[in-house]
Write a protein that binds this ligand. Structure first.
Ligand code: KIV
Ligand code: ZN
Length: 386
């Protein structure tokens, strides 16, 4: 079976930037957009142009700068939003307007104070208006995760008829289980007329920690675009993390799904976004956390020193990390101590190593980690000689 391409739609600069404290100015957005293009993302959602003059200017500048990726601007199904998005995207080589409306019972009743029929009409009108500005129109059915499938299918079919090129099925509240979300995508593929002519997109939030699993279930059931952010930043518990879905598809080639991402730029892109947003990456974050390739227990260290693959499924160089690291703690064994001592120039025989190990354990029980400078002192204090 031929490998199929999954489009990576990065929304770090829109959904990611909505997070309190993560706001970026125009120049910062331009720098990140350039990095995203280098990384190989297919679509950059640059912002929500109607939301503020600053965001309009940022989307406009990103549209003018970006030559390879599609540049997308968000709008609600509101006439002025769509006109402003169209204006902001004028200079884009590949412009896309992303417009939509809430489709779940909860959104229709409590947020929009409307009815299913009125929402359907607004969806059609929004796509038609967006289509008068750009050829590429993505429609989102907000809270699709909690929308009953029959009505969702009606809305999707109407959006396709009105000219949508991409259908975004957001699990806005991070509610779905992976098999439920996958089944939703499958249902739409099987029940919406014209669906074979558009791209189905996943957009999953992480409220239950399932955003990545749901996105993968989506593409396993026929979605061909994943919406995600660097480091998984985004509203509340965040969005699907780009680095996670990309590496999952790469590590499981039998899925026959590939992306265009240059994975060796993942670590530096993660660090750039974290630093510019002032949003630290949790140390145990998959792929890009500082502990993602570090080993601290004796059993694991012994394995990794003998052969990296015993405890690592990814070569850290593939994601731009130069090396795995062996961290010395009170849970480390002799193999790890010998390894680290060798790295700093001490090659002890078994007897001396045993002596060093006894002193090392006393020290390690007193502090969280033993670093190279501690080892130098230990060797000196104990008069250890090779
Ligand atoms: O989570 C969501 O539903 C969104 C839409 C605006 C696409 O971010
Ligand atoms: Zn979202």
């Amino acid at each position: 079976m031929a490998t199929q391409k999954i489009q990576i739609f990065d929304t770090t600069l829109r959904d990611g930037e909505q997070v309190p404290g993560c706001k970026l100015n125009r120049d910062e957005k331009l720098v990140i957009a350039r990095q995203l293009e280098l990384l190989g993302v297919d679509v950059i959602e640059a912002g929500f142009p109607v939301s503020s003059p600053g965001d309009f200017a940022a989307v406009q500048a990103i549209a003018a700068q970006t030559r390879e990726a599609t540049v997308c601007g968000l709008s609600r199904a509101v006439e002025n939003d769509i006109r402003v998005a169209g204006e902001a995207l004028k200079l884009a080589r590949y412009p896309r307007i992303h417009t939509g409306i809430g489709t779940s019972e909860s959104h229709i009743t409590h947020k929009l104070c409307s009815t299913q029929e009125q929402v359907l009409e607004r969806a059609i009108a929004a796509v038609k208006l967006a289509k008068s500005f750009v050829e590429d129109v993505e429609f989102y059915a907000e809270d699709a995760g909690r929308t009953e499938n029959e009505y969702l299918a009606r809305v999707c079919e109407a959006a396709i008829k009105a000219g949508a090129t991409v259908l975004n099925i957001p699990d806005t509240t991070g509610y779905c289980l992976p098999d439920e979300y996958g089944a939703k995508i499958k249902f739409l593929r099987e029940n919406v007329r014209g669906i074979e002519n558009v791209c189905l997109s996943t957009h999953c939030h992480n409220d239950l920690g399932l955003a990545t699993a749901n996105s993968i279930a989506g593409v396993q059931n026929g979605a061909r675009q994943i919406e995600c952010t660097i480091n998984g930043v985004g509203e509340r518990a965040g969005n699907t993390a780009l680095e996670e879905v990309v590496m999952i598809l790469r590590q499981h080639p039998y899925l026959n799904l590939r992306t265009n991402i240059n994975t060796q730029l993942l670590a530096e892109t993660s660090a750039m976004v974290s630093q510019m947003m002032g949003m630290p990456v949790q140390p145990n974050k998959a792929i890009v956390g500082s502990n993602a390739f570090s080993h601290s227990s004796g059993i694991h260290q012994d394995g990794v020193i003998k052969n990296r693959e015993t405890y690592e499924i990814i070569d850290p160089r593939e994601v731009g990390v130069s090396n795995s690291s062996i961290v010395l703690t009170a849970r480390s064994g002799r193999a790890a101590l010998a390894y680290r001592l060798q790295k700093i120039g001490y090659d002890f025989d078994k007897q001396v190593l045993n002596k060093a190990y006894a002193s090392f354990l006393q020290l390690a029980d007193r502090q969280k980690e033993v670093v190279d400078s501690d080892l130098h002192i230990l060797v000196e204090q104990e008069n250890l000689v090779a």
